[in-house]
Design a protein around this ligand. Structure first.
Ligand code: ATP
Ligand code: MG
Length: 484
């Protein structure tokens, strides 16, 4: 059993006990160890005070006031590079439901375990494998139960993030939440409002990255926490769709997420799949089999930006997800689309997003519950994309740049330069063989002679064609909303 504990972890614990201090592995790592899961990190708790720990481990960092010292090890493994050692402690009253008001050191490991959130996390293990388990954590691990240490209402009032942690562990471990704990979550759900968005985000990310991501989100809804996290998703709860769907908008979004979790796709793809139809309830027209959802892609992308910003996701993450939501509906029909159309499409969505976009599209299709057997369409698109992948598809790939245009036309930086570039790109997208410097330069001279009005008209032509590819002609557009 001991063999499964990494050597550097044992060394740290044994050094503490060798110096006469009690030392235990504690918390999530003991739980995961007993579950035969690989722990995310290995934490140690000890009777030694931070100063004493630092003396024993000269290569350590002590920067917070909660009594945690980070010890650098010789391991290169990111999980083992730094082992956190925390002095036994108990927490004072929580007045703001976010942070302990004070931290007091405790004498015994049992006291330290009493401050921990759930029985399965309130376990300690000495380096020789002895388990300290005052709250029945091992029994709850066997029974697959999440249960608070002590009275659930009180524990959630102390720190409302625990409301979400209960759901997160339930999703990650496939455990049930104990009845009393669950009742208390429902009762105290509103306390989540006082919690810092960053902390909520971090738990949400863990739920989404778990294998049971969709079950986790559904559970958030069942215990009434979702309204404090992503209220926008709830708008789809009772919203039925049209004849090409069998699920409500809410359930469809979740099924799409479920598919991406099964495929072990990235957080961006999971989030985009969860949010891909979030805009539908706001744009729904009509009812029953013929209802429509025009513009739900654009509306949904805006909603995604709003809600992800609020949860303090990074700017790049928000942009990535919103981009996938915005373009998830791309229209494609074998035989209707030319090479030039595919090049324009790539130019618009950005080739770096393409793989993710196709994953979201697949999730959408599978998540509809009635997937039309059209993966061959997608295969055809991939084939077309492969064919044009090396072609010039962005201004950067043009053989002339803005500077060359200004020199050749003898004009200063101005919108005119952008228009000329847009026209050149459009012509090259149409026919890549035109991407030759001498030819483009000659074309710049011709374009330079045209009127402003004409240039504007020509520059916007490309845009129109893009729209055509993305949404299809008006009639196609109508059909499109039923086709998955
Ligand atoms: P993970 O697998 O995500 O690392 P974990 O159980 O280790 O899960 P951490 O957030 O790393 O969770 O916290 C380590 C330990 O600290 C937990 O197992 C628990 O004992 C305790 N803990 C963490 N957060 C809280 C909290 N909000 N309230 C009470 N105890 C907590
Ligand atoms: Mg941990």
């Amino acid at each position: 059993m001991k063999e499964r504990i990494p050597e550097v972890v044992l060394e740290v614990a044994e050094k503490l006990s060798g110096a006469g201090f009690e030392a235990y592995l504690v918390g999530g790592c003991v739980r995961d160890f007993l579950l035969n899961r690989e722990p995310k990190d290995w934490d140690i708790t000890t009777g030694a005070k931070p100063e004493e720990i630092q003396k024993l481990f000269p290569d350590s960092i002590y920067e917070n006031k909660f009594g945690t010292v980070g010890v650098k090890t010789r391991s290169e493994d990111p999980k083992l590079k730094i082992i956190e050692i925390t002095t036994f402690r108990v927490e004072g009253k929580y007045t703001d439901k976010r942070h302990p008001d004070e931290v007091r050191f405790a004498k015994t490991v049992e006291e330290d375990l009493s401050r921990r959130d759930f029985t399965i996390n309130a376990l300690a293990m000495s380096p020789d494998g002895k388990i300290v388990d005052p709250y029945g954590g091992q029994k709850d691990i066997k029974g697959k139960v999440i249960r608070t240490v002590g009275k659930p209402e009180e524990r959630f009032e102390e720190d409302a993030l625990r409301l979400m942690r209960a759901v997160r562990f339930s999703a990650e471990l496939d455990f049930e939440i104990d009845y009393g704990t669950r009742k208390a979550i429902e009762e105290k759900a509103g306390l989540l409002e006082a919690i810092a968005k960053e902390r909520i985000r971090d738990e949400l990310v863990k739920i989404l990255l778990s294998d049971r991501a969709s079950a986790g989100i559904i559970l958030l809804e069942e215990v009434d926490l979702l309204r404090y996290i992503m209220p926008e998703l709830r708008e789809g709860l009772a919203v039925g769709q049209n004849k090409h769907h069998i699920y409500t908008v809410f359930e469809h979004n979740l099924r799409a997420l479920d598919y991406t979790a099964k495929k072990n796709y990235s957080l961006e793809v999971r989030m985009a799949s969860l949010l891909h139809d979030v805009g539908k309830p706001r744009v729904k027209k009509g009812d029953g089999p013929d209802s429509t959802f025009y513009n739900h892609d654009l509306v949904g992308a805006k909603m995604a930006i709003g809600l992800l910003d609020k949860l303090r996701f990074s700017k790049t993450f928000v942009e990535h997800v919103a981009h996938l939501v915005k373009y998830h509906l791309f229209y494609y029909n074998v035989g209707e689309v030319t090479d030039a159309g595919v090049r324009r499409f790539l130019n618009r969505v950005g080739p770096e997003y393409l793989d993710d976009l196709i994953r979201v599209r697949e999730a959408d299709r599978i998540g509809s519950g009635v997937p039309k057997a059209v993966p061959y369409k997608l295969r055809h698109l991939l084939f077309m994309i492969d064919k044009v992948r090396r072609d010039p598809i962005s201004p950067k790939m043009l053989k002339v740049d803005g500077k060359a245009v200004m020199e050749e036309a003898g004009i200063p930086p101005s919108p005119k330069v952008g228009r000329i570039i847009a026209i050149l790109l459009e012509e090259v997208l149409e026919d890549p063989s035109k991407n030759v410097k001498s030819g483009l330069i000659a074309r710049v001279r011709e374009l330079n002679e045209l009127s402003e009005k004409k240039l504007i008209e020509m520059a916007s032509k490309g845009k129109e064609k893009v729209e055509e590819f993305e949404s299809g002609a008006e009639e196609e557009m109508k059909k499109r909303h039923y086709v998955k």
